[in-house]
Design a protein around this ligand. Structure first.
Ligand SMILES: NC(=O)C1=CN([C@@H]2O[C@H](COP(=O)(O)OP(=O)(O)OC[C@H]3O[C@@H](n4cnc5c(N)ncnc54)[C@H](O)[C@@H]3O)[C@@H](O)[C@H]2O)C=CC1
Ligand SMILES: N[C@@H](CC=O)C(=O)O
Length: 833
């Protein structure tokens, strides 16, 4: 393999579709309009394609329009010419038309030549220019001689030139490539209905296919049984792409276009429209049927042959994840969209009762109908044909110009409250009929007046306001993580507005259970144990960065520094984080500031109430004080549930190591209890609170007394636990020294910020038995806050500061707060320029 090949393959590794070679990519005319656009496409190919993929192209920019214009000119010229033949002298109009024709052809050829010269090296450019000149000669001769017969051959040039250019360019600078004119293999069984003869086309295509080379195929064109050129009609190149998927059994087809996905309403009219990341096939077909400009029934039809998935992505913003259409589970089935069509006709006739109505439905495939009430809703363009068809029945018919607005979603018409909600959303409108589509994937309201943008916005807001989906990834399924999961089903059911939250991944240190369609909450941990697959952070990140949800929250319940290092990437991808893990919030000042900046830039939310005081509302309270304009001067107290529990119980009667083992078993301590005994855990918590109070500190600024003797510091955890009796004598001495002064021992954190002087310290203190910090229930934390508002009489927050239930509860509190905030966010639609 040459260097270029390996470069393509290297790039392909980044491609999330790269699991299977042989995917289809289609680039539309706007994506190939200029030399800059084509260079952009080359980059997409480098990043997203593999050697055995197939690329379907449309004609560059407005080439097809220009070819149509040439054809019009040639027709007019033919008429003038026939008149000239009568007189024997070429008429002035004929001369003018011939000149206009030549000019238009020269302009078109000039545009193609500029692309060739701008993009290719001299020798390839010369070869393609020669081919172009020869094509132009054929066009000039054939079109003027036979404008009607030559029409489809003429239109085919747009795609041929585009494919030829792209293939040459790829060969020159990216990888081996070859082009195929689809007319060489793509046979239409029924030209009028653009029905493909798949058997014959498949055989012909297989004979032409080469391996290890990128194939460029012309979109839009095919041939009929008489070997004549045909076109596939409006949006024919999209259709060509899905036909190629059916012929080559490709699993993925990407339409690279000028929009970055399918939205819940036309984003040009509805600024709050949400991108629909995943759409079930049936819903996509219904949207296409009801006027979505990107999805067309014809395009979607070949996908069912091999269950291929269709992706809609923007070639102008290739890194933004687009929409995927295919077979999905319940999360995607909850998506709702609102669409509207004006210029419709409501046809009412007695002829629609009974069998003749059924025949009318078959013949005209109306947008919706109700034969019992005797009406069909059709596009205006069908009115004449329907009128003629009805004439044979001799019955009266009335045609009324109407519009429709529809709610589209998987089986929406079977959802109990949909009709009532839809009616309510339209209560101020004159609605002639509410009608579910016969396929049940839409509810249609027929309006007497045109559907305005204002109405579309109102209905969209009312019908889709709860449709946003929020995905949850839980990292760390240990002591606290498991309790969090146990509580999750009840929490999501309990809180209004959280029925759109879905658990989609559980990640452990080396493995993960990922289910894009949602993990069963009632059995999540067992499923994780039985089904989790090996998964490292690179793999997890790759999946997360392409997630198909409106919002994604990572709940970090690990105690892992390595995992906390992924936060930068999470925030860079707009992912939100809830931390129980203290590493990130207590990392170096630089890192912490960068995390905050990246989160802000990408509007990612970061909550970490459980990092200090478990479920106690300490971080939140400090934030509220600051938000209210207060200034915090002191935060002191007992910040470690473990040390609180140990020193509250430790009376010297039973050995300290015995109590420590019990605390570990009860899930109060850190996974490695030396994190607690060394003071590091308290040091981190003090740093987190100082930062929350608006002071820029680092861990080194906080004096820390380590209670673990040096001999036990750097040994493996298991060995430490085995040798923990070596702590007993040391702690007995600490206790006895305090007792001799009538005091108790407590591990205290103190942060004082007064008169521009900061004191920050965590250490073992001897406190009188009456001191507030010694009067705690074992495991309690106490936080004493002094501020401008609370100068002499401190604000005290006290309660259990460690343990499974309170910590998992604290994380759930963050989850509810975050989801409520996310649910109220407006989507930010970025329209292409
Ligand atoms: N125990 C408590 O009362 C409180 C604990 N916390 C914090 O909660 C977190 C979890 O504590 P525990 O559940 O007690 O610890 P744990 O050790 O029982 O559970 C942590 C889990 O994370 C997994 N893990 C480690 N590295 C990982 C990685 N890179 N990716 C994914 N998973 C990884 C481990 O395998 C383990 O299953 C810690 O950060 C702790 O400081 C916070 C407040 C209170
Ligand atoms: N080990 C910690 C657990 C919570 O952060 C503590 O004891 O407070």
């Amino acid at each position: 393999m040459n260097d270029e090949n390996s470069a393509v393959l290297r790039h392909a590794a980044k491609n999330h579709l790269a699991k299977l070679a042989g995917n289809i990519h289609k680039f539309g005319g706007s994506s190939l309009a200029t030399a800059t656009c084509i260079e952009r496409v080359m980059n997409i190919i480098r990043e997203h394609c593999q050697l055995n993929d197939i690329i379907v192209v449309s004609a560059n920019g407005t080439t097809t329009n220009a070819l149509f214009h040439l054809h019009q000119l040639s027709l007019s010229y033919a008429v003038q010419q026939s008149e000239s033949l009568v007189t024997g002298v070429e008429s002035e109009p004929s001369k003018t038309l011939r000149e206009q024709f030549n000019q238009a052809l020269r302009a078109l050829a000039g545009e193609q030549k500029s692309l060739i010269e701008a993009l290719l090296n001299a020798s390839t450019a010369a070869r393609l220019s020669e081919q172009l000149a020869s094509d132009v000669q054929v066009i000039s001769q054939q079109l003027l001689a036979n404008p009607d017969r030559f029409k489809n051959d003429l239109l085919a040039y747009g795609e041929v030139w585009s494919a030829r250019l792209l293939s040459a360019l790829l060969n020159e600078s990216v990888c081996p490539s070859y082009m195929l004119d689809a007319r060489e293999f793509l046979l239409l069984a029924d030209e009028k209905a653009s029905v493909i003869d798949y058997a014959e086309s498949g055989r012909a295509f297989a004979a032409l296919q080469k391996r290890n080379s990128l194939l460029i195929v012309t979109g839009y064109i095919a041939r009929n049984k008489d070997n004549q050129s045909c076109t596939l009609g409006r949006n024919g190149s999209d259709y060509s792409a899905t036909i190629m998927a059916a012929l080559s059994k490709a699993r993925h087809v990407t339409l690279w276009t000028d929009v970055d996905g399918i939205y819940s309403a036309d984003p040009r009219k509805v600024p709050q429209a949400r991108k629909l990341h995943r759409l079930p096939n049936a819903v996509a077909r219904e949207l296409g049927r009801l006027g979505n400009p990107v999805l067309h029934a014809k395009t979607l039809q070949p996908l069912t042959q091999h269950n291929s998935h269709l992706h809609v992505a923007s070639s102008f913003a290739a890194d933004i994840s687009g929409s995927e259409i295919g077979h999905f589970g319940h999360i995607a089935k909850q998506e709702l969209a609102v669409t509207e069509l004006n210029d419709l006709i409501l046809a009412c006739s007695n002829s629609f009762y009974g069998d003749s109505g059924q025949r009318a439905v078959q013949e005209f495939a109306p947008i919706c109908y109700n034969l019992e009430q005797g009406y069909l809703l059709i596009p205006q363009r069908q009115q004449k044909a329907l009128s003629q068809w009805l004439a044979s029945y001799g019955n009266q018919v009335s045609f009324q110009p109407v519009a429709m607005i529809a709610v589209v979603g998987h089986s929406v018409a079977t959802q109990g409250d949909m009709r009532a909600r839809f009616k309510k959303a339209l209560r101020q409108q004159k609605v002639l009929h509410f009608q579910p589509a016969s396929n049940k994937h839409s509810y249609i309201a027929i309006l007497a007046e045109p559907c305005t943008t204002e109405l579309l916005n109102t209905v969209h807001t009312r019908m889709t306001k709860d449709a946003k989906n929020i995905a949850l990834v839980v990292a760390g399924v240990g002591n606290i993580g498991q309790r969090f999961l146990t509580m999750l089903p009840k929490q999501l059911a309990r809180v209004t507005g959280l029925d759109n939250v879905h658990l989609v991944a559980l990640a452990g240190r080396t493995k993960a259970l990922i289910n894009t369609d949602g993990i069963d909450l009632s059995n999540a941990y067992q499923d994780y144990q039985q089904q989790a697959q090996v998964c490292d952070s690179t793999h997890l990140l790759r999946w997360l960065s392409k997630h198909p949800y409106d919002e994604l929250i990572v709940v970090d319940i690990t105690a892992s520094e390595a995992f906390s290092n992924l936060y930068h990437d999470f925030f860079a991808h707009g992912i939100h984080v809830i931390s129980a893990n203290k590493w990130a919030a207590s990392s170096s000042t630089d890192n912490y500031q960068q995390l905050l900046a990246t989160a802000e830039k990408n509007t990612s939310l970061w909550l970490g109430n459980a990092t200090v005081g478990a479920g106690l509302p300490i971080n939140r309270t400090i934030k509220e004080l600051l938000d209210s304009g207060d200034e915090i001067t002191e935060i002191s107290g007992i910040f470690s549930g473990t040390l609180s529990w140990l020193f509250q119980y430790y009376d010297g009667e039973s050995p300290f190591s015995q109590l420590l083992a019990q605390a570990l078993a009860e899930g109060i301590t850190e996974p490695d209890p030396r994190e607690d005994l060394s003071g590091r855990d308290v040091q981190r918590k003090l740093l987190i609170l100082a930062r929350a109070a608006g002071v820029s500190l680092s861990l080194q600024d906080i004096e820390c007394q380590n209670l673990v003797p040096e001999s036990l510091c750097d040994i493996p955890l298991a060995e430490f636990l085995q040798r923990s009796t070596e702590l007993d004598e040391l702690f007995l001495q600490h206790l006895q020294r305090a007792k001799a002064k009538g005091c108790a021992i407590r591990y205290v954190a103190r942060f004082i910020n007064k008169n521009d002087k900061i004191v920050a310290k965590v250490s073992l203190e001897q406190l009188s038995e009456q001191h507030a910090f010694t009067q705690l229930t074992p495991c309690d934390n106490v936080f004493q806050i002094n501020s401008q508002w609370y100068q002499d009489n401190a604000l005290i927050i006290r309660g259990p500061g460690a343990g499974r239930d309170v910590t998992a509860g604290g994380i759930h509190a963050d989850l509810v707060a975050m989801c409520q905030q996310l649910n109220h966010r407006q989507p930010q639609v970025k329209l292409p320029a």
